[in-house]
Design a protein around this ligand. Structure first.
Ligand code: KG4
Ligand code: ZN
Length: 466
């Protein structure tokens, strides 16, 4: 009886509140006026509250709901000092959020003074995906070498560095820690300001790195396509970004990687680039595959249906060729045709979503509407070409960083930190590393900058050319 009454009540509540979403999609709402029990304890101990972020689904989609990731503008606090922003200064940026250990030294006018990177494709190739423990070990092995190589290439030492920066999220926690710890140790050893970066924001901001083209001004539309993310973003400023749409399942880079694996195309350069190379030799209309979400006129993406359709076509081809065992590869031309057909449809889905996004934001885009194509998959030449074409047809300019600045790199971290330092922002370096593995653009409810702490190892000093 009681249960029946409760069910009735729940049904009534649902009817009265149709927008009620499942718990996993609801952003965390916290009141700044009333600290949580955990934060109250930390405050009592004289510590800053922990940064808060939504506990939502990994790829939850939030549509244009306003501010996303950290909002720095207007709240700038130089918690660990600032380089002299009246003169050109340099920032050392470190990136270890996934499977690249990267470092770059960038000057505040955009000049790249030194770069070094170690990728881990070979470490993970045999496992069909990134193994976090192995990734962390590889970062640990590479980090000192990468920082030293970067400074040596620049012909500079830590004495010439104006600030140190690192990606602190989102990403693989144990990997983020390696870079954040190294950067924080360098900052404390050499008494430099420390600036932390949001990985996705750094992808978006690196498109503004001064170069030969006309500068990319705010606001702009960003299509962020990487291994973990596939989003259309309206970037209005540093730390000020609205999400127009995201993926309901697989990200574009993830889809490329999975398709490459199905076609046995993984190699030392990773699945996406291998599939792109194979597609060059194939017929893009040889295999019929469904364009995702054709009926939906919004900015969301979905790639799992296409992935499953490709799996079906691979199986069909194998049966047609009489290949019963899993080991015997398909004839090369079949692989090329399947790769080209997959890529063609995957990009077609991007084109469809872009057309919707252009219409949605054109009212706010100003006289020279601009699209930035960013994230690892933006290194793909076919995607670059077709996205630029569809944008040009709609009257939009496209800005795409050079391929090496699309995939994970140290330059984007250093540049994002320069953008923040120019607004008067830096973070605290304390005694233990605190990273933010889940840090969606939407749902960040703590406007204050988070503290990145270095594990207190008495007397420990960072190693790098001084
Ligand atoms: O941004 P990124 O380096 O790392 C993440 O933040 O995820 O993106 C990596 C993704 C991988 O899925 C990789 O296969 C894909 O970008 N990718 C490409 C190409 N280069 C990298 N996908 C297609 N074509 C490429 N040329
Ligand atoms: Zn990335």
């Amino acid at each position: 009886m009681r249960r029946a009454a409760m069910l009735l009540l729940a049904a009534a509540a649902r009817a009265l509140c149709p927008r009620m979403r499942p718990q996993h999609l609801r952003p965390t709402v916290m009141s700044a006026a009333q600290p949580s029990k955990r934060d109250a304890k930390r405050l009592a101990r004289g510590k800053a509250p922990k940064p808060r972020y939504a506990t939502g689904k990994a790829k939850a989609v939030y549509r244009g709901e306003g501010l996303g990731a950290p909002s720095y503008a207007g709240r700038a606090t130089a918690l660990s000092g600032l380089p002299d922003t009246n003169h050109a200064y340099t920032v050392l940026g470190i990136e270890t959020s996934c499977d690249d250990t990267a470092c770059a030294l960038v000057r505040s006018d955009g000049a790249i003074l030194g770069e070094a990177i170690r990728s881990q494709h070979e470490v993970h190739a045999a496992f069909g995906g990134i193994v976090p423990g192995l990734a962390k070990e590889a970062h640990e092995q590479a980090i000192d070498e990468v920082v030293t190589e970067c400074l040596e290439k620049a012909g500079l030492g830590m004495a010439d560095v104006g600030a140190v920066a690192a990606t602190v999220g989102p990403g693989l926690e144990i990997c983020l820690r390696v870079g954040a710890r190294k950067a924080a140790l360098l900052a404390s050893t050499y008494e430099k300001p420390f600036v932390h970066c949001h990985h996705l924001e750094a992808h978006c901001l690196v498109a503004r790195l001064p170069g030969d083209e006309a500068p990319l001004e705010f606001p702009y539309l960003a299509l962020l396509v990487s291994g973990g993310h596939c989003q259309l973003l309206w970037v209005q400023g540093v730390g000020d970004c609205a999400v127009l749409g995201g993926t309901l399942d697989d990200a574009l880079g993830e889809a490329y990687d999975k398709a490459a694996r199905m076609l046995h195309l993984c190699g030392p350069t990773g699945g996406g680039p291998a599939l792109e190379r194979a597609a060059l030799k194939g017929n893009a209309t040889a295999v019929e595959l469904p364009v995702p979400m054709k009926q939906r006129k919004d900015c969301d993406f979905s790639y799992s249906g296409l992935k499953n359709a490709l799996r079906g076509k691979v199986a069909e081809r194998r049966a047609e060729r009489g290949l019963i065992d899993d080991e015997t590869p398909l004839p090369e031309q079949d692989v090329f045709d399947l790769a080209a057909s997959f890529q063609n449809v995957a990009i077609r889905h991007v084109e469809d979503r872009l057309k919707v996004a252009f219409k949605r934001v054109i009212g706010e885009a100003g006289a020279a509407p601009t699209l930035a194509l960013v994230g690892g998959v933006a290194a793909n030449a076919e995607l670059r070409r077709r996205v630029s074409d569809v944008a040009a047809q709609a009257g939009w300019r496209t800005v795409v960083p050079p391929p090496r600045l699309c995939t994970d790199n140290g330059v984007m971290v250093a540049w994002a930190a320069i953008e923040k330092a120019n607004l008067g922002f830096s973070d605290v370096v304390d005694e233990e590393v605190e990273v933010i593995p889940r840090w969606p653009f939407r749902g960040f409810s703590e406007p204050e900058p988070a503290t990145v702490r270095v594990v207190a190892v008495a007397g420990e000093r960072a190693t790098a050319p001084a």
